[in-house]
Design a binder for this molecule. Structure first.
Ligand code: GLN
Length: 199
């Protein structure tokens, strides 16, 4: 953590829903920077990262094209906390069971893209996430996890039996969009991860 005690968060801003994450984290006292190119990543040291929702195939290609892919993967492996929502969770997952592509592969879990189909493309529901009760979860063409592949992956949230939130050490991966809920508790939980990344 930086000496000012104000966490410095890099929010990947290649595509998708990143502004809402920045607003929420800034409101909670973090300093946020958009990461659009390699120099944004190397310019400073970050206490945490956000990989937002959007379109995982596009984001995966952009990460590679911009030379961000390997440096980000390295920082995640070294233990920097990361909050990955929706497409971001797809980017982290070791396996995508309905897509031949995989991306960062830092999270030992299998995810299923667009798992709710067209009928239920977008919906909202209240469910617990870890110790957080009644969290308003917003799903937009969301994935869900079909399998966790390591005993250290903690399932934090399920909706109708499907896994929609997991934590694996420094990685917090969610199918839904906490940044669109108006509820800051998950972002606060993420900031708390910066105090202890070991758990
Ligand atoms: N459907 C998108 C994908 O598969 C994810 C949707 C989202 O991030 N809201 O990449």
């Amino acid at each position: 953590m930086h000496t000012s005690n104000k966490p410095v968060i890099g929010v990947f801003a290649l595509q998708g829903a990143f502004i809402e994450h920045m607003r929420m984290l800034t409101a909670l006292g973090a300093t946020c920077y958009e990461i659009r190119q390699l120099t944004d990543l190397t310019a400073r040291s970050y206490d945490g990262f956000v990989l937002p929702g959007g379109e995982s195939t596009t984001q995966g290609k952009l990460l590679k094209a911009l030379g961000l892919f390997a440096p980000l993967q390295e920082r995640i492996r070294m233990g920097t906390p990361i909050l990955a929502t929706c497409a971001g969770a797809i980017l982290l997952s070791n396996h995508i069971d309905n897509d031949s592509a995989t991306h960062l592969k830092t999270l030992p879990a299998t995810i299923h893209r667009n798992a709710y189909g067209r009928q239920l493309g977008s919906f909202a529901t209240l469910a617990p996430c870890g110790n957080i009760t009644d969290f308003p979860m917003v799903f937009i063409r969301a994935p869900y996890f079909t399998e966790v592949e390591d005993a250290d992956v903690t399932v934090l949230a399920r909706v109708a039996g499907a896994i929609v939130g997991v934590r694996y050490h420094n990685q917090l991966a969610l199918s839904f969009h906490p940044e669109l809920s108006g509820d800051t508790r998950i972002h606060q939980y993420f900031l708390n991860m910066m105090q202890s990344t070991e758990s």
